[in-house]
Design a binder for this molecule. Sequence first.
Ligand code: NCD
Length: 312
Amino acid sequence: MSASPDTDNRIRHLLGLDALPRPQLEALLRRAQAFAEGEQAPQALAGVAVCTLFFEPSTRTRLSFQLAAQRLGAHVLGFDASTSSTTKGETDLDTFRNIEAMGVRGFVVRHKGDGAVAALAQAARPGTAVLNAGDGRSHHPTQGLLDMLTLRQAKGEDFSKLKVVIVGDVKHSRVARSDLHALRTLGCSEMRVCGPASLLPDDDTLHGCFVTHDFDAALEGVDAIFMLRLQRERMSEGLVESLDDYHRDYGLTSARLRRAAPDAIVMHPGPMNRGVEITDEVADGPQSRVLRQVANGVAVRMAALEALLAAA
Ligand code: NCD
């Protein structure tokens, strides 16, 4: 189980959204909305030490977790694998245990390995909380939450009549997986998934989704478009012919956007490949919610850290 409520219904670790029941997901979104509106809790994590333990690069996720923890009054330690003793061969588990031994109680962990964050959570002492900041292609729960918050702010809390489309490299995307878990939990009525066959997963990720390779058709009448980064590091695997072909078939342009509902919103988790999956005009246009997503990221991470680490 990846979001593991313990006996008093408190979430112990936040590892994924697949096992997070709807009431707890909605409670996190409500609290995040309050933080987004300016609510403050400067003492909530007073005296608590939180470490952002990143074994993979990050801009938004790491900085917004650090800012969120600071706003709650925590001590924040940053860890960057490239300048740490992991370069001398220290294992991830030894790294984690050593920082835990210093008295750190909150760990925000990003790792390239699927399941690597859950493995550290398994090894955690009682009282230590682990938040997944992205593992492999599996989970990115706070990104899923901030995407849901952004969608609620634009479209209201009832997802039962919403049509959404997730576009691009779904196969390698932990963001898409977490978004789909959350959309299902919140009762979204129509989830479309669109991308080239080589970039769509063949496991149960797409359960309940309408799948198509035709981007123009997929956009018809949708209320929200979740664009994904084309993970260029996959190009060497030959999964995409060329960036130009990809842009022609799956790039979101202003002309294409007109197929969606007139008030449709456009989201992208960042980092964006401008001119590949999204044009400047759309990324910076009136329907873009890209920077709103980033702002919501701080609020969602405050809600998550508070839920796991504040004194009961
Ligand atoms: C994403 C990630 O790292 O999973 N970025 C993010 O956290 N905002 C998406 C990506 O790298 O494509």
